[in-house]
Each structure stands twice: as C-alpha cells, then as structure tokens.
Design a protein around this ligand. Sequence first.
Ligand code: MG
Length: 376
Amino acid sequence: MDRRNFLKTGLLGAMVAASPISISAFDTPIRTAGKAGRLNLSFRPYELKLRHAFNLARNQRTTTPGVQVQIEYDGLIGYGEASMPPYLGENVASVTEFLGKLDLGQFSDPFRIEEIHDYMDSIAPNDRAAKASVDIALHDLTGKIMGQPWYKIWGLNPEKTPNTSFTISYDSNPDEMRKKIEETAGFKVVKVKMGLDHDKEIVEALRRVSDVPICVDANQGWNNKEKALEMCHWLSERNCLFVEQPMDKKAIDDTAWLRERSPLPIIADEFLQRLPDVKRAAQCYDGINIKLMKSTGLHEAYQMAVLARALGMKVMLGCMTETSCAVSAASQLAPLADWADLDGNLLIANDIFDGMKIVDGKVTIPDRPGIGVIPV
Ligand code: MG
C-alpha cells in the first residue's frame, strides 16, 4: 500500500472510530456539494466546555463557541477549527454565515493557499477565525498530500520548541485557587491572568508553593501607566518573564512610555491581529503574541513570526480555548517562538482530536503529516 492509500485508509478508519462521538457531540454537519478534484468544505458548530470558569479582566465564562471544519479533496480530509471567544466579535452565526458564502468548489488545487486567502478577504474584511478554520484545514490537507508535517515543510527544527505556559486566573475560593495552582505542576512556566483586583494575591499564592517562572497577561486591565510600571517592577522581582498587553490596546503613547522604563519585555496581544499590524507593534512593544484565530491561520502567522524576528522583536505563540486541532496547527510554528502559550486544548473538557503534546512542559509537535491530528 503506498503512502497516499495508507493515509486514506488510516483517515477513514479514524473517522469511523470517531463517528460515535461525532454524532452525539456535533450538530448536523452543514455541507457544500462535493465534487471530485475540487475542494469540498463542510462545517459544524461545536461548543467547547471549559474545565474551569475563566475570570478575565473584563468578563467570566465557562464555554467558548467553536466551529469544526473539514475540507475533503480527492479522498483526503484536512481538519480545521474556528474558536470564537466573545471579545473578538465572531460567533457561531457569523462563522457559519461566512463559511456558507464560500465557494471553495471553484478551486481544484489545495496548494493555492495565498489565492484562497485573497478570495476569502474579498468576501469579507474581518471574520478572522472563520478564515483561520479554512486555512488550518488547507494546511492539514496539503501537508497530508505531501506526506509531511508543516514544521518540516518550513524547514524548522522540532527540538527548538519552547516550554508552554499553563494559564491560571484568580479565584476568590481558596480551595479552588489551590486546585488551580496544583494543576500547574509539570509546567515550566505559569501564565497568570491579571488586570483584576487581586493581581498580587494570585502571585503570592503561587509563590508560597512554587518558584516556577511566570508570565503575566493583564488583558488591557491596568488603567494607568504608573500602575503598570509599578506592577512591572514588582513582578520583575518575582521571577516574571514578560508582561502581555498591560494597558488598553489604544493607549499607544502610554505603552511606549512603559516600554522605555519597564524592566520586563512588553508583549502585544489585543493590539494586533494580522501581518500589517506587526510593524505598528514594533513602535511600542517588545514582542507580539501571534494567534491563529487573529491572524486568519497559519499562512499569515508564519509571515508574522518571520517579520517580527527580522524587526528584532520577541515572538510569542498563543491560542484561544481550542481543541487539539487548532493548537496542533499552531505548534507547527513553535520552533520560531521565544515563548509559547499553547494550553488551549488542556483547558477544555471535550477535546475531539489527538495531536500536540506537552512533554516535560515543552511543546512537542506530533510526527504526523499536515497539522498532525487524528480524531479521537
Ligand atoms: Mg493575552
């Protein structure tokens, strides 16, 4: 059996094995008409259930809406995913509406990823998570056709992946807080969500049991530059690696002021989305947090990482709460990142893929073609 037939058979087997979960867990798939030698897109909503409520600076939530995507071409299937945390403005209705407008059947070559992105951008300017779901499925598909994982296609060394951080947020219940901290055992970096009223308490609670390096995400929650600078100094004395999005994304001058004075690198997250934002970020941040759901997928995320490094900036690779599908796609870029925050699949209780693993705290890219996932 040649590699291609093996892949087809293996994938079909995996899909049959996955079908009981798929049927019970998914809504009815929405399919476009399938044609031989053409790209056939299908998609279905899939709500991600968080293992702990997320307490962020500006909201709390227990689920994240998602949409699972497949692109079938010549018997092979590429998997993709859109995850839509509410602050980014997309939802199941907007993503399925966008995907419903796409006519991917006009394309006979899945390797025309650039052209397909141009086509998607011509349909609507935003809808970044929706575009990412198609992009991820195309990368999975084309990697499978080539029989190679994408890190190899990009020429990257899989040993050079960073440790991933594991995210915790404050909980007013001390038992819950202790449980959250216990779950960080085994991770070499802990990411602390800040910008609430208990910023120092959470670090102090963690420091009572562990001296593991932390990184801090203020999620735009510090509302003045003096407070932000005071926090950066306080954190730099407590083994903190960097601070992500300390202030409002529009506070450009204040962020530039902070960067001049901060002992810790200042990383942009909400400030930037896509490739053209990287140069803008270079004016007031030391680095960028690239996420596939903001960048419209791997095609632009790769270019963002390369550009940021060329500009002398730090690269952080992040994710939303996602299944192992999108997280494994992001992990293909991990050798280009200084820091990774790829714990989205670990934060959900209903993953439906096997893929990227954290081994000894380190991002470990699956040795499988495409984005490296199989349905479970
Ligand atoms: Mg962030």
